[in-house]
Write a new protein. Structure first.
Length: 298
């Protein structure tokens, strides 16, 4: 039976275990192993595609075996921390420098490994994320954005390799104080920014930004023409967001980036309905909290 490892974001192991259901066979800290081929999972920061249990005779032997598989490795340490650190010291260093937004993700393969016992490790030369543990860190702009929400859009565009083109029209719902509007305007898009709360003055004054003091749920899609992208960071229950999205889908909107914010218990049923929309991707960003990001590009 094939084995796959899924590394949960910190604090969301229970959500990942629920999503994997009966396929999960073992859990090591945040790492959940499943006896099944890899499949799309929203509550995984990184997926270990072909993990292998390897018996080791010593620290040097462990490092030698990892180097024989490939060069670059990220240690996920959940137990036997000192021994794992000594092994990692004998491996080539992997750069952990923050990424500048707009630069491509690292191109070199990056494997993940952990110690299951002092004499046994689990190692996967292939993973879904080129970032250690799926954690995307950026060189932050601590001056211009009015909130840290901008990091979520930076991460989305970096991970999907696509973003609004100059001159495209973006509808930003629940936009106050304007972190997402700031990102979209900086890409050269024209932004219709909607929220009953005001934008930060510095964002509202940017060229190409049109602010509308309205509720996102009161908008009639028939009043809008030529919307290329719909963005939503609205604080609401996921079921209400789903109804809003279905309205805009029916109106012909094609590209979406929306945050599903869970207030209280995780609404797995509604998350599944988002994931079932054709052309969808549902993921937990490193910069998400108790939320998922839903993306539809066509």
């Amino acid at each position: 039976m094939p084995l796959t490892g899924y590394l949960a974001p910190a604090g969301f192991v229970a959500e990942l275990q629920h999503e994997l259901a009966g396929a999960a066979v073992a859990t090591y800290g945040r790492l959940v192993l499943a006896e099944a081929p890899p499949r799309p999972v929203a509550w995984a920061a990184n997926t270990w595609l072909d993990p292998e249990r390897i018996e080791i005779a010593s620290i040097g032997d462990a490092a030698k075996r990892l180097r024989a598989l490939q060069r670059n490795w990220a240690l996920y340490s959940h137990a036997h921390h000192r021994r794992a650190a000594l092994i990692a010291e004998q491996l080539p260093k992997v750069s952990a420098r923050p990424l500048r937004f707009g630069a491509p993700p690292p191109g070199a393969p990056l494997g993940s490994w952990t110690l299951l016992a002092p004499d046994r490790m689990l190692a996967s030369p292939r993973c879904t994320s080129p970032f250690p543990h799926g954690e995307v860190h950026f060189v932050e702009d601590k001056q211009a954005p009015p909130s840290r929400a901008y990091l979520k859009l930076w991460e989305v565009f970096t991970r999907i390799g696509q973003q609004p083109a100059r001159g495209e029209v973006c509808l930003d719902l629940g936009s106050s104080p304007g972190g997402w509007t700031w990102v979209l305007q900086g890409l050269g898009a024209r932004v219709i920014s909607v929220d009953k709360a005001p934008l930060a003055p510095s964002v509202a004054a940017l060229p190409g930004v049109e602010y509308r003091c309205e509720s996102a749920f009161a908008l009639d899609p028939r009043r809008f023409e030529g919307i290329d992208w719909l963005f939503s960071d609205v604080v609401c229950y996921p079921k209400r967001l789903l109804r809003l999205v279905e309205t805009w889908l029916a109106a012909g909107t094609r590209r979406f980036v929306c945050a599903l914010k869970f207030q209280g218990a995780t609404d797995h049923e509604t998350a599944g309905r988002f994931a079932a929309i054709p052309g969808s991707t549902l993921m937990h960003l490193h910069h998400n909290k108790h939320e998922l990001t839903w993306i539809k590009l066509d």
